[in-house]
Structure formats: structure tokens, C-alpha cells
Design a protein around this ligand. Structure first.
Ligand code: ATP
Length: 294
């Protein structure tokens, strides 16, 4: 039996390492990234209605609530495919920083596919949901999978890795919005000399060696985003001065994250970043590991 109502947490991600291998003929880029879900989430409530409409309300005025919202697109994709005439009302409580490199929209879309599948008894396997997901965005299949994963191709080729070492993570989003499109369009990957060693990081995760993992963190997209917004480097520096084992930008930015050995250091660094005025959205969280449940 399907359900009339459902509430889900849609978790954000960081990239422990992000490498770009090449620009493809079709304009996309082949990437090689280590993805990690973190504990910051959007809360999404889904309710069946008899209006025949997809209605979205949100606490965040800066997120579209019309057909441009990825939640809307995800519902429409499955409703069209399965000829569902129902209405659905969605309440999105947005906590993941927007346009930040934390896959906020993609994770909302993933949670929506998951919810619609359950509520309307569609019986779709995870593999099938991921195939629908990639039509909405390259990161959506990963957001369905969650946890620690290697992501290749345009981001849709996924391989589960052993769980990342649990540790406090400090997230700081400076008050700038960065479009992923802009960053990739301005990336000159052939000129980038410093590439993170992803295979070596996979070994470090297998060994559960936090110091080694932290020392291998790297993101080639910093060559574009930090060039435009040097304050990103100042946040990284502030985190490291205040006890982060290492700190880099996530995705196409501008969010910066740091890994810490203990919560005390993470909270101390949080206060330092806030006091510097470099970022207002600053949160201490940790690694989300899927066995903890949705
Ligand atoms: P990624 O890490 O995948 O590049 P991002 O963090 O850079 O994602 P999002 O937070 O997904 O970017 O938002 C990018 C844009 O997508 C926003 O400016 C917003 O207009 C639009 N958008 C559509 N649906 C959503 C949603 N559910 N949540 C947030 N933004 C959304």
C-alpha cells in the first residue's frame, strides 16, 4: 500500500577530493571525485492532494517554488512516466546552503524520487531510480546512494567505498553564489598542475587513516572559484589556523569545509570563522553514513 504522507531528510554532500580529467566533446567534463554525505539536511514533507497540481512551499524565499525547482521536476518526471493524475503538496525546509557546491537541489530531487516511488507504490529499484535521477542532474544518482563513494564519468558512474572515518566537519559558506556552469566553463584543466591523488585517497579511506585522508584532500575547481573569490582561501586558512587537519572548497564552491580531530576544535574554529566576518552560514556537522538510516 502506498502512503498519503511522507517526511524525508535530504542530506548535503562534500567532495573530499575533486579532480577533472578532461573536457568532453559534448561540453561536459569527465570527473573523478570522492563524495561524502554530511549531516546537514533539508527536511521535505510530501502530502497527496486531489488538486492535480504539484505545489511547493519553502522557508527559503531565494529558492524557486515553481517548475524550476528540482523537486517539481522530479515529481513531474515520475507522474508523466506512470500517468499519475494525483496532486501533491510539498513543504521544503531548506537548511543546506544554496548554490554552494553541496548538491542541495540534487539531494532534494533524489529524496523526491524516493518518496514518490514509495507513496505511489511504483516498485522501482534503486538502480531504476538512479536512471531517472541522472535525467535531473549528474549528482542525483549519488544523492540516492549516499555515504562514501567514488564518482566518475560526468558524476553518474558510482562505486561504493568503505565508510569515511567519522569526524567533525566545519562547513562555511561565504555570502556569494557560484554557478557550477560558470566554474566549468572557465576551467582550463590542461593548465592545472596540481591534481589530487584519488586512488591514494581510496587507500587511505580503506586504512581508516584520517590524517592521510586529510593530507590528500584537493579540488581542481578552486583554480577557477578561488581566483574569482580570494576570500575562499582566507576561510581555508582560518580553519587551519584554528585546528582543522585540512580544509578545501566543496564542489564548485563557494562552500569551504574543514575536517577536525574533535568537536572542541571544530566549535572553536566555527567561532573564529564567524568572528572574521568571512562567512555567516557556518555549521559544525559530521559524516552521514547510510547505515544510520534515512
Ligand atoms: P551542486 O553542488 O550540485 O553544484 P549547488 O549546491 O551548487 O549544487 P543548488 O543548491 O542545487 O546548487 O542550487 C543551484 C540553483 O538551483 C539555485 O540557485 C536554485 O535556483 C536552483 N534550485 C532548483 N531547485 C532547488 C532546490 N530544491 N534547492 C535549491 N536550489 C534549487
Amino acid at each position: 500500500m502506498g502512503k498519503d504522507k511522507m517526511y524525508l531528510r535530504a542530506y548535503g554532500k562534500i567532495n573530499l577530493a575533486l579532480d577533472v580529467l578532461r573536457r568532453r566533446e559534448d561540453g561536459y567534463h569527465d570527473v573523478k571525485m570522492i563524495m561524502q554525505t554530511v549531516g546537514i539536511y533539508d527536511g521535505i514533507e510530501f502530502c497527496k492532494t486531489d488538486t492535480g497540481k504539484i505545489e511547493i512551499e519553502s522557508n527559503a524565499y531565494y529558492v524557486p517554488t515553481d517548475e524550476n525547482n528540482l523537486i517539481y521536476k522530479a515529481v513531474k518526471l515520475l507522474f508523466d512516466e506512470f500517468n499519475i493524475k494525483s496532486g501533491v503538496h510539498i513543504n521544503l525546509k531548506k537548511f543546506i546552503p544554496v548554490a554552494a557546491g553541496m548538491a542541495g537541489g540534487s539531494t532534494d530531487a533524489a529524496a523526491t524520487l524516493f518518496a514518490i516511488n514509495k507513496m505511489y507504490d511504483l516498485g522501482l529499484s534503486m538502480k531504476k531510480l538512479m536512471e531517472y535521477g541522472v535525467k535531473l542532474g549528474a549528482d542525483v544518482p549519488y544523492c540516492l546512494m549516499r555515504g562514501t563513494a567514488l564518482s566518475e564519468g560526468i558524476g553518474e558512474k558510482l562505486k561504493r567505498l568503505p565508510d569515511m572515518v567519522q569526524c567533525p566537519v566545519l562547513i562555511a559558506k561565504p555570502p556569494i553564489s557560484v554557478s557550477t556552469k560558470y566554474v566549468y566553463e572557465n576551467l582550463h584543466i590542461e593548465t592545472v598542475k596540481d591534481h589530487p591523488d584519488i586512488d591514494y585517497m581510496i587507500d587511505a579511506i580503506k586504512e581508516q587513516n584520517l590524517d592521510k585522508i586529510a593530507s590528500l584532500m584537493g579540488n581542481v575547481l578552486e583554480t577557477v572559484t578561488v581566483n574569482k573569490y580570494p576570500e575562499i582561501n582566507n576561510i581555508k586558512q582560518k580553519m587551519i589556523e584554528n585546528g582543522a587537519i585540512n580544509s578545501i572548497m566543496s564542489g564548485s564552491g563557494p562552500t569551504v569545509f574543514g575536517l577536525f580531530r574533535n568537536e572542541e576544535d571544530a566549535y572553536k574554529a566555527k567561532e573564529a570563522v564567524k568572528a572574521s566576518g568571512l562567512a555567516r552560514q557556518v555549521y559544525v556537522t559530521d559524516m552521514f553514513l547510510p547505515k544510520l538510516g534515512r
